[in-house]
Design a protein around this ligand. Structure first.
Ligand code: NDP
Length: 247
């Protein structure tokens, strides 16, 4: 129960990695708010959180819309009066080779994956500054470190989030707020289920630990970065990838 009486906000928490993060925090005692565009799945995740004896709030929020984000922070404050932890997890892919990638696919990915965390960090850090404490964890990707053919938009957004993490960490450190990132490798979710068998096998062959990761592997790293054990860590990116990328 390391997170008893803490309030965690997870974007894109309806399913996949975000859902695993919200549930793990709830298992450790936290109340959890889910911001997602997927209303149906958000409701299910919140029901599972409540089954663990925790409070939860499912809100339909598009992280690309700053006004919506700001208004939704106020609704969290009405119910919970604070936000201790923000996990910027919502993310999308729109893959295609650079020369064939259209502007709409570039903009959509940058909007959700990079502008989204900016919007949420800006709105939530105002609350954390008043509290004089907070933990922010951004979900990046190893693709933001090594790049990947067919993912120029995604790689740029995830590389951007790592740089954003460092800058936000520097700006918010004096207010007792840490900002770190987790860069997952190849994790079994609906996002990766879309890939062909051939690509999956090729990726798996590059993983020294010999298997794909699970959402819980990413959630455990988030839990650590949001815990007291990580009070003296900020601006860092923890890679959770079975050893694919060693820097
Ligand atoms: P999923 O696609 O399984 O889940 C993402 C969730 O975010 C969905 O519920 C989705 O809603 C929601 N979402 C999409 N757009 C928005 C938006 N504008 N505002 C709010 N919520 C939104 O993704 P994963 O769980 O696989 O990925 C989670 C994070 O982890 C992402 O940032 C991803 O880039 C990162 N990551 C994933 C890896 C993997 O192997 N799976 C590897 C490395 C990083 P909807 O259901 O409507 O789409």
């Amino acid at each position: 129960m390391r997170f008893k009486d803490k309030v965690v906000l997870v974007t894109g928490g309806a399913r996949g990695i975000g859902r695993a993060i919200a549930l793990l925090f709830a298992q450790e005692g936290a109340d959890a708010v889910i911001w997602d565009v997927n209303e149906q799945e958000s409701g299910k995740t919140c029901a599972d959180i409540e089954a663990l004896g925790r409070k939860s709030l499912a809100m339909q929020v598009d992280v690309t819309n700053y006004k919506e984000v700001e208004g939704s922070v106020n609704k969290i404050l009405d119910k919970f009066a604070k936000v201790d932890i923000l996990v910027n997890n919502a993310g999308i892919t729109r893959d295609g080779l650079l020369l064939r990638m259209n502007e709409a696919d570039w903009d959509a990915v940058l909007n959700v994956n990079l502008k989204g965390p900016f919007n949420c960090t800006k709105a939530v850090s105002k609350v954390m500054i008043k509290q004089r404490s907070g933990k922010i964890v951004n979900i990046a990707s190893i693709i933001g470190i090594i790049g990947n053919a067919g993912q120029a938009n995604y790689a740029a957004s995830k590389g951007g989030i790592i740089a954003f993490t460092k800058t936000a960490a520097r700006e918010l450190a004096a207010r007792n707020i840490t900002v770190n990132a987790v860069a997952p490798g190849f994790i079994q979710t609906e996002m990766t289920a879309k890939l062909s068998e051939e690509i999956r096998n090729k990726m798996q062959a590059q993983i020294p630990l010999g298997k794909l990761g699970e959402p819980i592997d990413v959630a455990q790293a988030c839990l650590f970065l949001a815990s007291k054990d990580a009070d003296y860590i900020t601006g860092q990116t923890i890679v959770v990838d079975g050893g694919m990328v060693m820097v």
